[in-house]
Design a protein around this ligand. Structure first.
Ligand code: NOJ
Ligand code: CA
Length: 727
């Protein structure tokens, strides 16, 4: 019985491919077709089971990565597109292009893949059609579901997604609990069979949490197999669909897609023609190769903004950490139960600890100008902070009314005279309906005063009540804000948003997101143990840059309040290394000016380090243990190296083979002091300078919880006499 029709019309497929093997009706399979990666190492098999269920598996050479796993979508009140399907036709093509991101870890990205398009149709009434499109790259697989416009399918509701990722053994996973509203967890590293997504006391500081299952986890999910594979399950180009989380089935050893529901329990509202985001599995045999993968970006659409001349990577300082460590407040007064519309803010009694004052902002502007920072973030500048937290209140902020002690017009003028821009802060307190109502006015105010960037925040439960941070409604909201910001030539940095899926390729004005547990947790919780920062690049950062806010020099926080127990779990040298290991085009120097002024020599590295790169070399890495990265500055012969370790000390060596042969360079090495230790001697560091060339291998001792940062610039001739050669 022939249950499919082949469509190999040559004019429609100029780049048809050879690496396609077609097998018809084998055992209990109705249809099967394979696809190989361009280098032939990865192989994906698509098949339809006897019941007409679509399935796939993935292998790297002889090693199975994903065992045979189900595919398909269930639609509300209609027969599902997950069984009883026929193959109408298939088509393949190959694609090879190199494109240039506006900013990033390198200036050119190769997008090379082989594609298989499978046209499916329900075997019985109503005969709905769906396409599954597979793209197999040398570093992994992407696939998505597409619903062409068709007579019997216009608007529809996604009830569930059947996508599975079946494991081939009890691998090790680096996971955070599946949660509809937050990703601000520490990672657990366990065999997959031991996944237990329950709230432990470690996570009580997270204000808004909605764990959906004791076996739920989030993506990007990092998996390491005993036979030496590293792979990462994530998604790409999420813009009109809920976030995909995963639920683990212990008996089947499989992860199943779990879409974040809306307030009614529905998953997604769609209208044909419609495409889901890409589901992605990035595969490597060395951990460092996962970091080098650009598969997620390649699965996103090209830049949607025509004039990008105004989009610039930024380094910034801000009135921020002093609130987190308790040295200042966001709120102007200690009165509560105030009403936005009727309160006369100038008559409120100030609490005397308000951070965002005109005077303090001038101090930051001067500091930024003196040290070459582009931006000054000011949080707590606008009225409403008295009542912002822990409520489910609709009208908390209007995003335009400054507190009486913050002179908006003067400060923007002053900043611009000094060549600095203030960065706007919109904490929505998750009253998103309110924010959407205010957005035009809020952006108009920003344009009027010359702001070119905004940090948004979504602390608390979402309004519309019942929606989740990771649901389709919020995903669309974030994209709407990014697009509107682009129209207004505004760059954005979202906190408490859904985690990135590479959309910054399309919207490069969306410079960074938080969407993970940032440095701020060190200020008011048990904090982030050193291994957290060795895991983030393999998990959260696989989707895009993070506003982690590194650069804390005053490690012990009892400096601000006697007896304060919280501390940053790091050495000073490690804080420097994070600017290189944790890529972002938006980096904050998060500590107070006073801290940097006490350590001007170490601060020099933060001033020098770029936020945009030509090239990145991942020297060595093991998630949870250590990470060393070298990056070449954009359009300059300068290299920066960052190395970090977990709570164990480590000796690492970096061969400088990436330097131009025959050229001498000056290396400035910021390393942990001899007796440095992240817990009892975190602020000890040394700075040494040597002449180096491409034949050198730099040996770096890293203290427990420590790190090292190195700046390498071309040596001028007079330096050849002044500095010693490295040996
Ligand atoms: C949480 C954000 O992550 C943090 O950066 C910000 O300071 C507070 N919310 C207040 O908006
Ligand atoms: Ca946060």
């Amino acid at each position: 019985m022939c249950t499919f029709m082949m469509n190999l019309n040559p004019s429609a497929c100029m780049k048809r491919l050879v690496n396609v093997i077609i097998i018809l009706i084998i055992n209990s399979t109705l249809f099967a077709q394979s696809l190989e990666s361009p280098d032939g190492r990865l192989r994906m098999n698509f098949s339809l089971s006897e019941e007409g269920k679509p399935q796939y598996d993935l292998s790297l050479g002889t090693k199975a990565v994903i065992a045979k796993s189900s595919l398909g979508i269930r639609i509300k009140n209609r027969p599902g597109l997950d069984r009883n399907l026929l193959v109408r036709s298939t088509a393949t093509l190959s694609h090879d292009e190199t494109w240039k991101p506006l900013w990033g870890e390198e200036s050119e990205i190769k997008n090379l893949y082989n594609e298989l398009e499978v046209q499916l149709q329900q075997a019985s009434e109503p005969g709905l059609r769906m396409v599954i499109r597979f793209r197999l790259f040398n570093d992994g697989l992407g696939f998505r579901y597409e619903f062409p416009a068709q007579p019997r399918m216009g608007h529809f509701i996604v009830e569930d997604e059947q996508t599975e990722f079946c494991m081939t053994g009890n691998h090790t996973a680096f996971w955070i609990p599946g949660d509809y509203d937050t990703q601000e967890y520490l990672y657990s590293m366990t065999p997959i069979s031991a996944i237990e997504s329950t709230i432990s006391s470690r996570f009580t500081e997270i204000g808004t949490r909605k764990i959906f299952s004791s076996t739920g986890v989030q993506t990007p999910l990092l998996v390491r197999s005993a036979d030496g594979l590293y792979f990462n399950i994530h998604e790409a180009n999420l813009h009109n669909y809920p976030v995909m989380q995963l639920d683990f089935n212990k008996n089947a050893l499989s992860f199943k897609a779990h879409l974040v529901p809306d307030a009614l329990g529905n998953k997604a509202y769609a209208q044909t023609p419609f495409e889901t985001p890409w589901r992605a599995v990035i595969v490597a045999t060395r951990a460092i190769d996962l970091l080098a993968s650009r598969l997620i970006l390649n699965l996103n659409d090209p830049c949607a903004i025509e004039d990008v001349s105004w989009i610039k990577p930024k380094k910034y300082v801000g009135i921020w950490w002093e609130m987190h460590v308790g040295a200042a407040t966001w709120n102007y007064s200690d009165s509560t139960n105030l009403k936005l519309a009727t309160t006369d803010w100038s008559r409120l009694k100030p609490n005397g600890r308000h951070g965002a004052t005109t005077q303090r902002t001038v101090r930051y502007i001067d500091f930024a100008a003196q040290h070459g920072f582009d931006g000054v973030l000011v949080e707590g500048w606008n009225v409403g902070w008295e009542d912002w937290y822990g409520q489910w209140k609709e009208d908390v902020f209007d995003f335009v009314t400054p507190y009486p002690d913050f002179d908006l017009a003067y400060l923007n003028r002053y900043a611009q005279e000094k060549g600095v821009r203030l960065i706007m802060h919109h904490e929505t307190s998750s009253s998103v309906t309110n924010y959407e109502r205010q957005l035009d006015t809020a952006f108009r105010l920003m344009k009027h005063f010359g702001y070119d960037a905004v940090k948004t925040g979504y602390v608390g439960w979402i309004i519309p009540r019942g929606e989740h941070h990771d649901g389709q409604w919020m995903v669309k909201h974030q994209l709407r804000v990014a697009a509107k910001a682009a129209e207004n030539k505004i760059m954005i940095n979202t906190h408490e948003s859904h985690r990135p899926t590479g959309q910054h390729r399309t919207w490069p004005n969306w410079l960074a997101c938080e969407a993970a547990r940032g440095n701020e947790f060190n200020a008011w919780s048990i904090g982030n143990p050193p291994d957290h920062e060795t895991i983030l690049p393999f998990t959260r950062l696989m989707g895009g840059p993070m506003d982690y806010t590194p650069g804390i020099f005053q490690i012990n926080l009892d400096h601000y309040q006697p007896g304060k127990k919280e501390k940053v779990h790091s050495t000073i040298a490690r804080q420097l290394a994070l600017y290189v290991t944790m890529y972002s085009p938006l980096q904050m120097a998060a500590d107070l000016p006073e801290s940097y002024e006490r350590f001007p020599d170490a601060f020099q590295f933060i001033k020098d380090v770029p936020v945009d790169w030509d090239k990145s070399v991942y020297v060595e890495a093991e998630p949870g243990d250590f990470l060393t990265v070298a990056r070449k500055a954009k359009a300059a012969d300068q290299w920066y190296i960052g190395a970090i370790t977990d709570e164990n000390k480590r000796e690492t060596s970096v061969p400088l083979t990436f330097l131009q042969p025959g050229q001498w360079y000056l290396a400035t090495i910021y390393s942990d002091g001899d007796k440095a230790h992240f817990q009892h001697n975190p602020m000890s560091y040394t700075i040494r300078q040597f002449l180096v060339n491409s034949e050198n291998i730099i040996n770096i001792p890293l203290a427990p919880g420590g790190g090292c940062a190195i700046r390498i610039v071309k040596a001028e001739s007079k330096m050849l006499k002044t500095f010693k050669k490295y040996r």
